[in-house]
Design a protein around this ligand. Structure first.
Ligand code: HEC
Length: 139
């Protein structure tokens, strides 16, 4: 028999899973904003915090500030396209341009200084044939 005490941590885990579900529901429609700054503050900061310092609470949201893992632009682009663990996939929500814009924004702000931008074409190539496509035709 599973006691309530043993279930309690599971309930906490369920709470932290509510984050991505909420985000997906909130953003099921197309997100209209285009600039990296607007996208970051409209979508990403909900989990990664306005200053990109990340947060540890019911779940762990990594800092994007001073993040050496942003050195290769393909890495954040793939995380955004495909999602990862508690981070929802945004591939179906954003156009290639929007993803490139927000990647280029976080890679040049919050103490990151990676100036070589990723292009919308590179993002399109990362989607691959089976990845969800953005609803819009523009690139
Ligand atoms: C619902 C919460 C949530 C939202 C919204 C969200 N993220 Fe995340 N993000 C996470 C979590 C949780 C992880 C850690 C995933 C893991 O465990 O590997 C993460 C990881 C990342 C990573 C990898 C960081 C590293 O150092 O490995 C990047 C880059 C990233 N997010 C960028 C973004 C961007 C850009 C946006 C906005 C388009 C965004 N995230 C929106 C929750 C979120």
């Amino acid at each position: 028999m599973t006691s309530f005490k043993r279930l309690a941590p599971l309930c906490l885990a369920a709470l932290c899973l509510a984050g991505p579900v909420l985000a997906q529901e909130m953003y099921m429609g197309r997100f209209q904003e285009q600039t990296g700054e607007e996208i970051f503050h409209g979508v990403c900061q909900g989990c990664h915090m306005p200053n990109a310092q990340g947060a540890v609470g019911a779940g762990a949201y990594p800092a994007l500030a001073h993040d050496e893992r942003l050195m290769a632009p393909e890495y954040p682009a793939l995380v955004i396209l495909q999602g990862r663990k508690a981070m929802p996939s945004f591939g179906g929500l954003f156009s290639d341009t929007q993803i490139a814009n927000v990647v280029n924004y976080v890679r040049t702000h919050f103490g990151n200084d990676y100036k070589t931008p990723i292009t919308a074409e590179q993002v399109a190539a990362l989607r691959g044939p089976t990845a969800p496509q953005a609803a819009q035709g523009e690139h």
